[in-house]
Design a protein. Structure first.
Length: 111
């Protein structure tokens, strides 16, 4: 995630926190996970990177890319937030987590 995007998101959050407004995407995200199953991703190796594509997202596809396994998790969480128009500065409040008992499971849900 670029420093410009992070700065923009924190700027937006600062002004939203100063008022009674919150991003409508937070409610939509919560309702999605309340009414649907976890979002599952399939990983594909492409060139020198990894591409993660959602398998069961009701509203289309969520796609994230990264150079290595450590970064893909963060990029998937950011892509989920982006698909609901939630600024990345709300990531801590949203608390999207990788779930499942097996290391090979690639499912994400709200904690």
């Amino acid at each position: 995630m670029s420093i410009i995007k992070q700065a923009k998101d924190y700027f937006v959050k600062f002004f939203w926190d100063g008022s009674d407004l919150i991003p409508s995407g937070l409610f939509e995200l919560s309702q999605y996970f309340r009414n649907n199953d976890n979002i599952e991703f399939e990983y594909k190796k492409e060139g020198d990177g990894i591409v993660a594509i959602s398998k069961n997202f009701v509203s289309g596809s969520i796609i994230a890319t990264a150079k290595d396994q450590n970064k893909i998790d963060q990029n998937i969480k950011d892509a989920i937030l982006t698909s609901f128009d939630v600024p990345s500065s709300y990531a801590k409040e949203v608390n999207i987590r990788k779930v499942g008992s097996k290391a090979t499971e690639k499912k994400y849900a709200l904690a």
